[in-house]
Design a protein. Structure first.
Lengths: 292, 160
């Protein structure tokens, strides 16, 4: 029993890049179909990363490679902790630290595009961080535990207690998946704006590491979605699929917003979460006192 | 492994073209031609690019820009000159400010003819460039391996 947590972590470390890359491939295919195109092969993200490892390594400052490696390691670590059933607070803090390393990596070089990307990444951090913490607090209020292992086996449907938190989380998920309208830091589809934002100065194997970290991150976030529906695994998986398809749809029908709007949206989501938690606290308190 | 051929990222630069070829280049991205089928992505960042696709005959002002962009692209890389102007200067050849062809400034691997070049021809040019790209990669890894062998041989020589 004590070793089961290790299995989750190891499985995540091995399978998440494969699943993440596959999901990215499906994402690109569906996006292409939505635009009336044929789209790239399903395994295109793997070809891209394989290609990046074949390229010459161009390094501006050696520190940037160190920061990106730290980014990859901490993203993988936070995901592994999550799938090992660890403490959600620790997971969220490791996750945040990972992004701080990404920002530091972008600041280590002297490109103005890289710096604008790094600033926007910090703004994104400010936008989504409150909502992630609120989601964790919401899980605790319902299940009385911060451990993923306990939350995942909760017999109550968390989504019914936390609908506002879920909606808020889905909103900031768009920021986390680097999708339009909030793809302000990497400028994924609009390279004329800030070249490539935070990844401008990363090339070759360093860029490949950023990409692999993003796959890890996506799987972790989809796991987070699952927790809301954990009382019924089938519904949980359907919820993940529906949420991701909705994200792709939103990505395709919206234009990128300014950073102010991204920040407001993130905090509006947090307000939604706070309202949800306040009502929940009132109801739980009422139930505990037996309606007296 | 030949991942490079399956994932060529293109940087498109307009070196004082009349915009005719540029519109045809962008037409390649539309649903009708959809070059993303071949894993081709239009990137704006030279450090992420594998193929430099240039239109126009280069003028005195963007000569340095073209050189700068070319140098920023990590190896292996190929250059495709799209259109008559990119090959020779075209109708602008006699202009006082036109350098007259991309190959006057940087080495070109593939020339795509036409005024303006048709999207089919541009895609054909890119596909031709892919095999050159693969050749360059093989040469690059081969050179790196030879360098390693020489170094190992030297180290072995020192130790004995």
């Amino acid at each position: 029993m004590t070793w089961t947590w290790l299995i989750g972590a190891v499985l995540f470390l091995i399978l998440a890049p494969l699943a993440g890359g596959l999901i990215a491939g499906i994402d690109r295919k569906i996006t292409a179909r939505m635009q009336g195109r044929v789209g790239p092969p399903l395994l295109q993200p793997f070809y891209d990363v394989g290609k990046l490892f074949e390229k010459e390594s161009v390094v501006v400052t050696t520190a940037q490679n160190f920061y990106i490696l730290a980014y990859l390691i901490f993203i993988a670590l936070s995901g592994a902790l999550f799938f090992a059933g660890g403490d959600l607070l620790l997971v969220v803090f490791a996750f945040t630290l990972a992004h701080v390393f990404l920002v530091l990596g972008a600041y280590a070089v002297h490109s103005p595009y890289s710096h604008i990307g790094a600033e926007r990444e910090l703004i994104q951090l400010m936008a989504y961080e409150p909502m992630i913490i609120l989601a964790v607090v919401g899980f605790y209020m319902v299940t009385n535990s911060f451990l993923v292992a306990d939350i995942a086996v909760a017999s109550v449907p968390l989504i019914l207690y936390l609908p506002g938190v879920f909606l808020g989380f889905v909103t900031i998920l768009t920021i986390k998946l680097r999708k339009s309208p909030f793809d302000i830091s990497t400028s994924h589809h609009a390279h004329q704006e800030i070249v490539k934002g935070i990844t401008t100065e990363f090339s070759g194997s360093t860029l490949a590491q950023v990409e692999i970290a993003h796959w890890y991150e996506n799987i972790f976030l989809l796991g987070f979605i699952y927790l809301f529906f954990a009382w019924n695994p089938a519904i949980g998986i359907v919820a993940i699929v529906v949420t991701y398809l909705a994200e792709i749809f939103v990505d395709n029908v919206t234009a990128r917003v300014r950073w102010q709007a991204a920040l407001k949206s993130g905090w509006l989501a947090a307000v939604l979460g706070i309202v949800n938690l306040t009502i929940l606290a009132y109801i739980l308190g009422y139930m505990m006192t037996g309606g007296a | 492994m030949a991942f490079l051929k399956r994932s060529p990222w293109i940087l498109h630069y307009d070196a004082s073209s009349c915009n005719g070829c540029d519109i045809e280049v962008l037409a390649c991205l539309t649903p009708l031609y959809d070059v993303e089928r071949f894993g081709i992505i239009n990137t704006g960042n030279p450090k992420h690019a594998d193929i430099l696709l240039i239109t126009g005959g280069i003028n005195a002002q963007n000569r340095e820009v073209v050189k700068n962009i070319y140098e920023q692209i990590p190896e292996p890389k190929v250059v495709i000159a799209v259109g008559a102007c990119a090959a020779t200067g075209g109708v602008f050849r006699e202009c006082y400010n036109i350098v007259g062809g991309i190959d006057k400034v940087i080495p070109v691997d593939v020339y795509v003819p036409g005024c303006a070049a048709r999207p089919e021809q541009i895609i054909d040019g890119v596909v031709t460039a892919l095999s050159i790209l693969e050749e360059k990669r093989a040469k690059m890894t081969g050179a790196a391996r030879m360098k390693d062998e020489v170094r190992h041989a030297e180290q072995a020589g020192e130790s004995t």
